[in-house]
Design a protein around this ligand. Structure first.
Ligand code: NAD
Length: 274
């Protein structure tokens, strides 16, 4: 997978899956915009890893993995923006384009979840989840597409969805609504954007070892029950998700659009068996 010359924006990339996606895209040669909401130190850590990686590749000279005169030299840039605000989402896209001169790849990764039985979900929590997970994605994608249309270029959109775009998750109704909406957004836009040479796909993780699952990771009983439901017998790692995103962002995936790809160790089909 070669992403040299491409510029990618990954929302919510100060930690977890987003950080891993940034590193994988940079490893493939892309310049990367690292977005964060409230943890600049996480974004700086991601940036430092991109820079260290590039420096390491370049110090290999023209030997080793560095075959071409122009060695991989991915650049990174951090931008603060709250994906729950459409104004900030539009500023994020504009600032990314302003910094690197263009955008080729958008990875809608930022996401949150709130736990509550359906009858106790507050309007504030519903809005918080839907604003980041669906409204932010909708308008980030719209601003990205407007840029591609204006510059007459193709592009790639990868959404980080969830097995819960299909699988019910009691006590997380708003989260499931947001990911189910993302599934239909992807299918709709695959049809609407195909003629423009823009592809859009969902990557749907199962249970991945990231801070979003801290509570679960500290509850040995719940964790054991979950592991029993994962045919491959382990939690996923952020890199398991990132490698698929890099593929979907590359020219190798030019003929793929409107699909969801599960990265769940078999979890979804196991639940559907029960
Ligand atoms: P995480 O909590 O570690 O990371 C989420 C990221 O989103 C963080 O960087 C956070 O700062 C960012 N974010 C949250 N709200 C934001 C906002 N308003 N503006 C900008 N950034 C914001 O979680 P993760 O596991 O890395 O999750 C990444 C994505 O993967 C999410 O969309 C999540 O729904 C999805 N996912 C995760 C799992 C899992 O098991 N970890 C499973 C399925 C789907």
């Amino acid at each position: 997978m070669n992403l040299e010359g491409k510029v990618a924006l990954v929302t919510g990339s100060s930690q977890g899956i987003g950080q891993s996606i940034v590193l994988r895209l940079a490893q493939a040669g892309a310049d990367v915009v690292i977005n964060y909401r409230s943890h600049p130190e996480g974004a700086e850590e991601t940036l430092a890893k991109v820079q260290a990686f590039s420096a390491e590749r370049n110090s290999e000279g023209t030997g080793g993995n560095c075959h071409m005169a122009k060695c991989l030299n991915a650049q990174g840039h951090t931008i603060q923006a709250d994906l729950g605000s459409v104004t900030e989402v539009r500023q994020l896209i504009a600032e990314s384009i302003n910094h690197f001169g263009k955008l080729d790849v958008l990875v809608n990764n930022a996401g949150i979840e709130k736990h509550a039985p359906f009858w106790d979900v507050t309007e504030a929590d519903y809005d918080a989840v839907l604003n980041v997970n669906l409204k932010g994605v909708f308008f980030a994608t719209q601003a990205f597409v407007q840029h591609l249309i204006a510059t007459k270029r193709p592009g790639k959109i990868v959404n980080i969805s969830s097995v819960h775009e299909d699988l019910p998750f009691p006590n997380f109704a708003a989260y499931c609504v947001s990911k189910g909406g993302m599934k239909m957004l992807t299918r709709n836009l695959a049809v609407e954007l195909g003629a423009l040479g823009i592809t859009i796909n969902n990557v749907a993780p199962g249970a991945i070892e990231t801070p979003i699952n801290t509570k679960l990771l500290n509850d040995s009983e719940k964790l054991g029950a979950l592991l029993n439901n994962i045919p491959l017998g382990r939690l996923g790692q952020p890199q398991d998700v990132a490698s698929l995103v890099a593929f979907l962002a590359s020219a190798d995936a030019d003929y793929i659009t409107g699909s969801t790809f599960f990265v769940d160790g078999g979890l979804l089909w196991n639940y559907q068996e029960q």
